[in-house]
Design a protein around this ligand. Structure first.
Ligand SMILES: NC(=O)c1ccc[n+]([C@@H]2O[C@H](COP(=O)([O-])OP(=O)(O)OC[C@H]3O[C@@H](n4cnc5c(N)ncnc54)[C@H](O)[C@@H]3O)[C@@H](O)[C@H]2O)c1
Length: 330
């Protein structure tokens, strides 16, 4: 039986990954400091060990295990969620990446680092081989992206001079059941508004392009990378077939949920403050992942939207959250 550590294990991706690995019979340890968790520790205590603490605080405790695999997912996340951690994101990202790397080295565990498509800092269809340039405008999202990139570089360089087994994944716009609107994620924001009968607020003119990837496809990709033969890879994970404009996504949510909500165009800086930034177009080139992994994304955008609608419909208590007002003071 494999022993697996998931940092950020009570988060959106981490909890779906924990479900899959528990089903496969792995012995799991989840570490999460409950800053943006979507699952509660008690939801998982009967299937695995849950450590409620920051990765930074539990190095000694983690050194007492023998992990075969480490998925390092813990991070500040979200287009609006990162804003309140401005100036702290780089330290936390690089430090936790370093801790995960050292743990993997000392225990000879396989390591997977969750990076982000934001490292590209560019718009368009993004392949792993394009340069990741650091622009001169120091936005909060750049702090997130640059720190993730630094973590990638450090871990991959460490693997050049040691027997560290590490791979890096750059996911593109993960979506699906359990994701909460609080971090500014667009699909749950729209679904909550549609089910509440309030307007779906689209930023700018809604022409921004994204390719949403179902969290269950991401989890399958993470496991495929972790259990594959190769180390030292950087791989995009995403579903270009799900490319859509944000305005069209709003229309799809209204249609699938049967809502009577209006769609309103607004300036996101009015809600999230002047620090808010977003790119115009981000679509993954996933040829590398398709050619190197036994992995194909399975979930259409319609299925992801419909499952997300059902998720919130069956949990009316989540519809009472008012994420935009909460974030508006930033
Ligand atoms: N959601 C996306 O669209 C997306 C896109 C690209 C990359 N990613 C990356 O995927 C990973 C998982 O993202 P997610 O969407 O599940 O986010 P999430 O916020 O749902 O999960 C992250 C979890 O980590 C925990 N956490 C944060 N800092 C911690 C720390 N220092 N110690 C312990 N726990 C900590 C949070 O409480 C949360 O439960 C992150 O590394 C993120 O950068 C996500």
């Amino acid at each position: 039986m494999k022993t697996v550590l998931i940092t950020g294990g009570l988060g959106f991706v981490g909890s779906h990954l924990a479900d899959r690995l528990a089903q496969e019979g792995c012995k799991l340890v989840l570490v999460d400091n409950l800053t943006t968790n979507v699952a509660a520790p008690e939801d998982y205590r009967n299937v695995c060990e849950v450590i409620v603490d920051s990765v930074e605080n539990c190095q000694e405790r983690l050194s007492g295990y023998r992990f075969d695999e480490i998925y390092h997912l813990a991070s500040h996340v979200g287009p609006a969620g990162v804003l309140q951690h401005a100036g702290e994101i780089a330290r936390a990202t690089i430090l936790t990446g370093d801790i995960a790397t050292k743990l993997a080295l000392s225990q000879k565990s396989r390591l997977l680092l969750a990076s982000t498509s934001e490292v590209y800092g560019q718009t368009g269809t993004l392949h792993e081989d394009i340069d990741c340039v650091v622009p001169s405008k120091y936005t909060v999202r750049l702090e997130y992206a640059a720190a993730k990139l630094t973590s990638e570089i450090a871990a991959l360089n460490k693997a050049r001079v040691s027997d560290l087994f590490v791979n890096v994944v750059r996911p593109f716009n993960i979506a699906g059941p359990r994701q909460l609107p609080d971090g500014g994620f667009v699909l749950p924001r729209f679904v909550v508004a549609a089910l509440n009968g309030t307007p779906l607020t689209v930023f700018g003119d809604g022409s921004q392009i994204r390719a949403f990837t179902d969290v269950r496809d991401i989890v399958a990709g993470l496991i495929a990378i972790m259990t594959g033969a190769k180390s030292n890879m950087v791989l995009n994970l995403g579903n270009p077939a799900n490319e859509v404009s944000i305005l069209k996504l709003a229309q799809l949510v209204v249609q699938i949920s049967g809502s009577r909500s209006d769609i309103e165009l607004i300036d996101p800086k009015d809600l999230f403050g002047p620090l808010y930034e977003e790119g115009t177009e981000r679509v993954p080139d996933v040829e590398k992942a398709l050619s190197r992994l036994e992995w194909r994304p399975q979930f259409s955008l319609e299925r992801t939207v419909s499952d997300t609608v059902e998720y919130f419909r069956s949990r009316p208590e989540l519809l009472r959250t008012q994420p935009l007002e909460t974030a508006a003071s930033l």
